[in-house]
Design a protein around this ligand. Structure first.
Ligand code: FMN
Length: 434
């Protein structure tokens, strides 16, 4: 990949050459390059439950389809004879120079994909200087991930994503930990105050959090752990079967320290119950942002904005950035495509960095999002599938492939840098029958 800020000598295009060179020695890439093939291969590898959780969306998954259709509606108009021998794909975001205009979206419960989980992703991201947004529902604590990143590349960019808990003290603690971990922005996800209706998970009657998965940011938190003693223990219980017992033991194994102690003390199950009772506060409103602003010096980025009026409200409330996202179609089935919302949001918040996620699958998608006004894009499911297939190395390949694909698309469309991509012409696919 490009060094951050650097003009590329070998550049990300070196990735393409390396693949063909290795092919001469009979070696193939460790994960499929094509997204559909990548998803199919991950589906073959993962348990039914894990694949359903990652691949699935809300309701009839019409928003997942809309996300892709929105990208397909636009065509790039390549320009010729523009001397693209020297290229620069880097951008600056919140004072940091990034090698390519993309970040890794927060994805929860990565242990379902691979035992490397968040730490494998953190290492792959750090090695390449691509920011990772630590999920609030991570399988490994933010400290573990930050530590792994520091070892590989001191100062490797990372952000933290917050779900606004019912416990103010927990929110304060998570934010302070994110600052302590060297995170350079705080992403507040707004679209998941309640969990969406997800038929694939419902059909398997499977929710990973109940098994103690994806709650590492909580079980590693002193405020959360000290609240366990007082946590109410009066919720409904599942019927007791041998499967229930096996799942209880599994939950205890996920709790830090001795699994046996977590089991006998009841802490592991108390943690799951307390998490379910407090993980999100559906009554948050715009006025709450002032409270958060007072508690952190980090830039606050709102994730899940899909409406121009909400973007204007965000500006009025002094936030520092926006992520246009429908959570990969996992929350409101029938919600508009994220890319279709982008121009309206950029117009409503012209001075803020606007990041686009949901449906990004290849270099052309990055190009289109940037040409429609995004400052950067977020990569989601593709890297989770790379992780599923080959752990850290698989995530690395997915990142390298996207960077190379984007750089080639940019160059072949006649652009030398991101400013030129931002000015590039797109045409609606239906306007001229392109
Ligand atoms: C399995 C899975 C888990 C996710 N977990 C989180 C999360 O913990 N926090 C969050 O803000 N978004 C989460 N998201 C949403 C992503 O950050 C991102 O918005 C989405 O993946 C983009 O859609 P795409 O993957 O289809 O491109 C998750 C998405 C998936 C697929």
């Amino acid at each position: 990949m490009n060094e951050p800020g650097g003009h590329n000598a070998g550049g990300t295009v070196a990735r393409q050459q390396a693949i063909y060179r290795h092919g001469m020695a009979g070696r193939r890439p460790c994960v499929p390059v094509d997204y559909d093939a990548l998803e199919r291969a991950a589906g073959d590898r993962l348990s039914a439950e894990a694949f359903a959780y990652i691949a699935g969306g809300a309701g009839r998954e019409s928003t997942m389809a809309a996300n892709r259709a929105a990208f397909e509606r636009w065509r790039i108009v390549p320009r010729m004879l523009r001397d693209v021998a020297t290229r620069d794909t880097s951008i600056e975001l919140f004072g940091q120079r990034l090698p390519s205009p993309f970040l890794l979206c927060p994805i929860g419960v990565l242990e379902m994909a691979h035992n490397d989980a968040d730490v494998g992703v953190a290492r792959a991201a750090a090695e390449r200087g691509v920011p990772m947004i630590f999920s609030n529902q991570a399988s490994r604590s933010m400290e573990q991930c930050a530590d792994a990143m520091e070892r590989l590349r001191p100062g490797a960019p990372r952000w933290f994503q917050l779900y606004w808990s019912k416990s103010d003290a927990l929110v304060e603690s998570l934010v302070a930990r994110a600052e302590g971990c060297g995170c350079s922005a705080l992403v507040v996800t707004l679209d998941t105050t309640l969990l969406g209706w997800r038929p694939r998970d419902l059909d398997l009657a499977h929710l990973p959090f109940l098994l103690g998965q994806g709650i590492a940011q909580y079980t590693s938190d002193t405020v959360f752990r000290s609240a366990l003693r007082e946590a109410a223990d009066d919720g409904p219980r599942p019927p007791i079967t041998t499967r229930t017992l096996r799942n209880v033991v599994a939950a205890a194994r996920h709790y830090p320290g001795s699994g046996l102690r977590a089991l006998t003390s009841g802490d592991a199950l108390a943690a799951v119950r307390h998490f379910i009772a407090t993980y999100s506060r559906p009554n948050i409103s715009w006025d709450d942002l002032a409270w958060l602003r007072e508690r952190t010096r980090l830039p606050i980025v709102l994730k899940g904005v899909l409406d121009g009026d909400d973007a204007r409200l965000a500006v009025a409330h002094g936030v520092d950035g926006l992520i246009v996202s429908n959570h990969g179609g996992r929350q409101v089935d029938g919600a508009r495509a994220s890319l279709n919302a982008l121009p309206e949001i950029v117009a409503a918040a012209p001075d803020l960095p606007v990041i686009l996620d949901s449906g990004v699958r290849g270099g052309a998608d990055l190009f289109k999002a940037l040409a429609l006004g995004a400052s950067a894009v977020g990569l989601g499911r593709p890297y989770a599938y790379g992780l599923a297939l080959a752990g850290e190395a698989g995530v690395g390949e997915v990142i390298d492939n996207l960077a190379a694909d984007f750089e080639l698309t940019m160059a072949l469309a006649g652009c030398r840098n991101i400013a030129e991509v931002a000015r590039a012409r797109l045409l609606p696919a239906d306007a001229r029958g392109d």
